[in-house]
Each structure stands twice: as C-alpha cells, then as structure tokens.
Design a binder for this molecule. Structure first.
Ligand code: HEM
Length: 436
C-alpha cells in the first residue's frame, strides 16, 4: 500500500497518532498542477518571454517542456529517469487536461500580447494565469459539478449563482482548507471508470481500443503516434462506465498497468480509510443529515440503500458502527437529482462551500483584488470544455457543446465556429497600443 505524506511520516507529530495528511497541492482550486505550489517553483516553467510557459513541440503537438531537469517531467519517463520535479504525470485524464490548460495559457498570453503590445512579460503572464484559472473554475463549477451534483442543488447550497452576474461568496470567517475526506471520497469515481478507451482519428474513424491503465504515470506516451489526438476524440465520444457497484477488472486486478505485477485499487480505497482513521460511516451519515437522523442500527439505512446491500454489509460487519466510510458509500443508491451517492454529495458539497467562501481571490467576486471588469467577466462565463478543446484540443474541429455528456439529441456535434469562445478584446488596455 502506498503511504501518503503525513505530519506523522515527516516526523512533525508522534508516529502513534492518527495520520494527518500533508497535501502538496494548494488549498484553493487554482491550477496548482500547472502553476505549481511551492514558492518560486513556477519560475522554472515560465519562458520569461511574452508571458508564456515553456513548451516543447513533439510531432506537431505542443507539450509542457522537459528541456532540463528544472522544468517539468512531462516528456520524461518518470520511472526510468527518476524525474519527479513539477510532475504533471498522473492519470491519463489529468495529464491530458494539463496539456490543454498549459497550451491555453500560451494562447491567452499570445493574444493579450497582440492586443497590448506595451505589456511586459510579468503583466502578460499574470493576466493569462488569472484568466486561465477563472476559465477552469467556470468549467469545473458550472459545467462539471452541475452535472455531478445537480445544478439546482448547487444553487441551493450557495456554491454557484443562479444568473451570470458577479457574486460575492467570500466570508473571512471561513478558514481555507481541504478535508482529508474530500481527497478520499473522490476515489468512489473509480467505479465509474471504463478501463477500455476507444481512440478515433480526427475524421471520427475508429483506430484502436487501449487499456487505459497502461497510460497511468506515463505522460510522455501522449506525445507520440498521435496518441493525444486519438484519445481526445475517444473521450468525448465514449461514455463513462455505469455508476453502479461494479468495477472494471483492470482496476481491481492490475491497477497501474505494467508498473506493478498486480494492484487492487478498490482494496486500497477501503484500506486508506483505515489508515486515515476515519470515523465510522454511520457518523458521517449523522453529520450529513445535520444530526436530524440517527444511524444506530442497520435498518436505519433503509432510506439510503437496497435491502440486498444492507444484507451484504451485515454479512461483513457485526454492527453498523463497524461499517467503514467507503463500504457504506459503495452500498448507497445514487441521490435523486445528482450522479453521486448522498454521502459523496455531502463530502463534496461541504468542501466546495468552504473553498468558495474562504477564497478572497474567488473569480466571481467584483471586489477581489484586480477583479475582472463586467465585460471581462461576461467572457469568462462563456467558458466550456468544448470551447477549450476547440481552442487547443488535438485535431478537434467539431464537438458536442456539452462534452461531459454523450452526443445525442440536443447535444449533437457542431463545428467549433459555433461553440462560444472567450473574446479577449475585453482585456484590451486603452493605454496600450502599437504606438508605444
Ligand atoms: C484508469 C483509471 C484510474 C486508475 C488506473 C487509477 C489509479 C489510482 C491509484 C493507483 C490510486 C492510488 C491508490 C492507493 O495507493 O491507495 C488512485 C487514487 C485515487 N484516485 Fe484513481 N485511478 C483511476 C481513475 C480515477 C478517477 C476517474 C478518479 C476520480 C474522478 C480517481 C480519483 C482518485 C482519487 C481521489 C485518489 C486518491 C488520491 C490521493 O489520495 O491523493 N481515479 N487512483
């Protein structure tokens, strides 16, 4: 079993206390996998020219530069070279997203440089970064999470606004922080992962089906043989696996294809809960119902799961108080109006509310330092994954407007010229023109 870095493992706190995790990503959702988290580290990935990030061109594709040991390890095989600096090298989906966001930064910086010739590298870099982060947050909160958690639910919880205007959710009394449960609970999505990924060329011709686990921790593979293009087309055509209680055998038997003889990710998902010392599942249920429902006996779960699931839990655990968090979540029905079980909903919502309220620089605030103007904010609201893929995706010239949903009536593919995109002229500085 892998062991996450904790205050105990680094010797800061006595080893016999409950592991308290150290999270290397920043507390806010600020693309720290691109802009990095440690003070000064971003300098190694900046080109210091035109506000750009360093890139490398491989077979006509643009990728985060691996020019030397001080940049990224993106095009270096982490396991063979031991390169572990600035590693945007994890699961395939994350690796691809990082490439797109990296490219998008440079696209924004180049456009801003044309609009504002007198802006220096520093201004271009910071403005491009601010736009890129806001664009990402708009996709994450208004496009992705609205599907997962339900748009109405998110409005009700105060996580998103109900119109396109500015809003100010900042509350200085809310402390920033990521709950260990938030990082943990997202493991539930392992059951939604189809481990066979189809690849298509840019004309939608089927190329191949690949075992997706073979691409984990191997970001360099994306750069060759048009892999990125094949996958970019595959992922917006192919559906996720069913959101049920089964998992693809590759995840349960192989885990990290080829890097270990075998690995059962789902067992790790369960046992990490023990390692972190999480409270019993029933206590999370008490918390999630605002202590209005008591969960003391197995029958108290009747409103959450099918009788057969309760029986399964009873076969393994003597008392309800013994049931572990992930085992309980796996057994729950999906919540009405959302695509997650109620306890996952509760943990994610709890985190998102905190993240939004504790962030003084939250992109929707009209009064944050260096806030967007109304015209600029209007452009940010146009952000979508479809727009991002049309801008920087590999060989993508047509796509469905809602990429997180399957192609079908109301969401058919259309030319990229019909997908709304950010118009960066809203960032044209009236005092910066080509005469200076
Ligand atoms: C083929 C696809 C995937 C593979 C091969 C994979 C593999 C893994 C592995 C090996 C771990 C570490 C397990 C451990 O040592 O305890 C892990 C953790 C995790 N995975 Fe996945 N995963 C996949 C898809 C996903 C998806 C789709 C999501 C969510 C959308 C996800 C979310 C997580 C989370 C949140 C963790 C815990 C991370 C942490 O504690 O730092 N994974 N995954």
């Amino acid at each position: 079993m892998t062991r996450p870095l904790s205050f105990q493992s680094t010797g800061c706190v006595a080893a016999d206390t409950v592991p308290n995790r150290i999270n290397l990503a920043t507390t806010n959702f600020d693309l720290s996998m691109v802009y990095y988290y440690a003070a000064g580290s971003i300098q190694q990935t900046r080109a210091f020219e035109g506000g750009r990030l360093k890139v490398e061109v491989v077979e006509d594709g643009i990728f985060p530069s691996a020019a030397n040991a001080n940049t990224t390890c993106f095009l270096k095989e982490a396991f063979k070279t031991g390169c572990s600096r600035n590693v945007p090298n994890g699961l395939i989906g994350m690796n691809m997203f990082i490439v797109w966001v990296w490219r998008f930064h440079n696209l924004i910086a180049d456009t801003l440089a044309k609009l504002n010739p007198s802006w220096d590298d520093e201004t271009l870099f910071n403005t491009a970064r601010d736009i890129n982060i806001a664009h990402f947050l708009q996709i994450m909160f208004y496009e992705f999470y609205t599907i997962i958690l339900g748009r109405e639910n998110m409005i009700k919880e105060g996580i998103i606004g109900c119109d396109n205007g500015f809003r100010d959710p900042y509350d200085p009394k809310v402390l920033p922080g990521l709950s260990t449960e938030f990082g943990y609970a997202a493991r539930w999505f392992h059951i939604t992962q189809d481990a066979r990924q189809r690849m298509y060329d840019k004309n939608n011709n089927f190329i191949d089906t690949v075992a997706i686990i073979n691409y984990s921790l191997r970001s360099q593979n994306l750069a060759f043989n048009k892999t990125m293009e094949g996958l970019a087309h595959g992922i917006h055509i192919q559906a996720a696996a069913a959101f049920d209680d089964t998992v693809h055998p590759d995840l349960a038997d192989l885990g990290l294809g080829g890097l270990q003889r075998s690995f059962d990710i789902l067992t790790a998902d369960l046992s990490k809960g023990r390692y972190f010392g999480f409270a019993p599942y029933s206590q999370y249920r008490d918390f999630c119902t605002d202590y209005t429902i008591k969960h003391e006996k197995f029958e108290d779960l009747n409103y959450l799961m099918r009788p057969s699931k309760i029986e399964e839990l009873q076969r393994v655990y003597k008392d309800l108080v013994d049931v572990e968090l992930m085992a309980g979540i796996w057994s729950e029905n999906l919540m009405e109006g959302a695509w997650v079980p109620p306890t996952i909903y509760c943990i994610i919502v709890n985190q998102l509310k905190r993240s939004v309220a504790s962030n003084r620089h939250w992109y929707e605030r009209p009064n944050r330092p260096h806030a967007f103007t109304e015209a600029q904010f209007h452009e940010i609201r146009k952000a979508s994954l479809a727009g991002l893929l049309c801008a920087v995706g590999d060989g993508i010239s047509e796509i469905q407007p809602q990429v997180f949903l399957r192609i079908g009536p109301g969401n058919n593919k259309m030319g990229c010229e019909n997908i709304p995109r950010l118009d960066l002229t809203a960032w044209k500085d009236p005092i910066s023109d080509s005469r200076y």
